[in-house]
Ligand binder design. Structure first.
Ligand code: URA
Length: 450
């Protein structure tokens, strides 16, 4: 089937069939599909079919540019020039226990930069920043643009979701991809992330591209390909860009689940927290400071970030943002005010030995199964449920020692989640080889400097 001529009316079924057969779509066809779906004029089932065709067939760079720009233009592009400081952000491609955004936005704002963060909800087996924030009682992620600006002016950071005004196409497509098995496409991930981020009015963006068993891109070369697509897309739009390929072969930190992850972020903001989570936060913050131009090099930026955690300045910023967005700031000092599951269950080690590996996607799926994520678009998440890992890769265990604790509210969901967790841990008699570095590769943009 050939591309529709410029004068022919666009038929969605033809767009689906051409992509299904490996053809290239014209810009006007992609623009039509995105605009019509955002208006509610194309049903979910047609867009789901098209998304699946993209997952299987891919896109050309020209199609990707058309998709990203159509999604970006589905809403307003913020102009934050009235705010004097440099605007910088970071975005992750999605992981398990990946909670760095909650630390980074206030941390980097405490260092004097502006962080206007537009985030997503849980996607597939991965958690979402918005779902985590909403576990803080009262926290409102649905700010209108004027309120978003007000919070940014007042405290230097704000964290919201896509709205009817900003990247509404991504809001709809993201929710549909989540439940139709159409997340794992570098083109769809690139367009989703970059359309949100380019709408933010930022000058620089740090990308955390996950790779490993809990990432959408399991293989490092696929992750590098995604990183290059996003860095090139951002640079074409005049942004300073860098992408860090980081390890997702096991959950980041020890807590997986919405309120549980907020609790762990608070530990980091108090200067503690698990080593891997703290290290990644410092690394990403170092790059944000560096690209934001406020420090000479990434190392200096990391030192600055460590000082802002130690002094409590980052926690103060987080408290200010939570208050400004309607959240219960008292919950930050008394985590018993965060949602708590009614029951807990321990998963013991079946034998003595060492944790050789953790199938990370299954841990994320177990959290979704407990109710921490969505099986269908209209599902509400349970903010209280999740998993606390007591043992991670290379840890020694004795028979019967707890590997993790499941926080749950339904017995039926518990048994499904428990069996996923039992199958995800491999215990061997000998310790495995040393785990690789947390940051596996860096994909630099041409204008990034060091
Ligand atoms: N994060 C996003 O915002 N979009 C994706 O598609 C994946 C991760």
């Amino acid at each position: 089937m050939n591309a529709a001529s410029a004068t022919q009316p666009v038929r969605v079924v033809d767009i689906i069939r051409r992509k299904r057969d490996g053809g290239e779509l014209a810009r006007r066809e992609i623009e039509h599909l995105v605009a019509a779906y955002t208006r509610g004029d194309v049903p979910d089932y047609q867009v789901a079919a098209w998304l699946m065709a993209v997952v299987l067939r891919g896109m050309t760079r020209v199609e990707l540019a058309a998709l990203t720009e159509s999604m970006l233009r589905s809403g307003e592009v913020l102009d934050l020039s009235e705010l004097p400081a440099v605007k910088v952000d970071k975005h992750s491609t999605g992981g398990v226990g990946d909670k760095t955004s909650l630390v980074l936005a206030p941390l980097v704002a405490a260092g004097g930069l502006i962080v206007p963060m537009i985030s997503g909800r849980g996607l597939g087996h991965t958690g979402g920043t918005l779902d985590k924030l909403e576990s803080i009682p009262g926290f409102n992620v649905n700010l209108e643009t004027a309120d978003f600006r007000r919070v940014l002016r007042a405290c230097g950071c704000a964290m919201i979701g896509q709205t009817a005004a900003i990247a509404p196409a991504d809001k709809k497509l993201y929710a549909l991809r989540d439940v139709t098995g159409t997340v794992e496409s570098p083109y769809l991930i690139c367009a989703s992330i970059m359309s949100k981020k380019l709408a933010e009015g930022i000058g620089a963006l740090v990308l955390d591209v996950k790779t490993g068993s809990g990432a959408f891109m399991k293989n490092e070369d696929d992750a590098a390909f995604l990183a290059e697509l996003m860095v090139a897309t951002g640079e074409r739009m005049g942004k300073k860009m860098v992408a860090l390929l980081t390890d997702m072969d096991q959950p980041l930190g020890r807590h997986v689940g919405n309120a549980l992850e907020v609790e762990e972020c608070l530990e980091v903001l108090r200067g503690g927290g698990p080593d891997d989570l703290r290290e990644l936060c410092l690394e990403l913050a170092g790059w944000m400071f560096h690209l934001g131009g406020s420090d000479a090099g990434v190392e200096k930026g990391k030192q600055r970030a460590a000082a802002l955690l130690a002094s409590g300045a980052a926690l103060d910023k987080f408290r200010a943002m939570v208050e400004l967005q309607g959240g219960d700031a008292a919950a930050l000092d008394d985590v018993a005010r965060l949602p708590r599951a009614r029951r807990t269950a321990v998963v013991p080690s079946p034998r003595e030995g060492f944790v050789a590996s953790i199938q990370c996607e299954q841990v994320g799926t177990a959290s979704v199964v407990l109710g921490g994520g969505r099986e269908r678009k209209e599902d509400a998440v349970d903010p209280a449920v999740g998993i606390v890992l007591h043992k991670k890769v290379r840890d020694r265990v004795t028979a019967g020692e707890p590997l993790c604790t499941l926080h749950y509210n339904s017995d039926e969901k518990l048994s499904a989640a428990r069996s996923l967790i039992e199958r995800s841990y491999r215990i061997d008699p000998q310790p495995p080889a040393a785990t690789g570095p947390l940051v596996r590769r860096i994909v630099r943009g041409a204008g990034e400097g060091s």
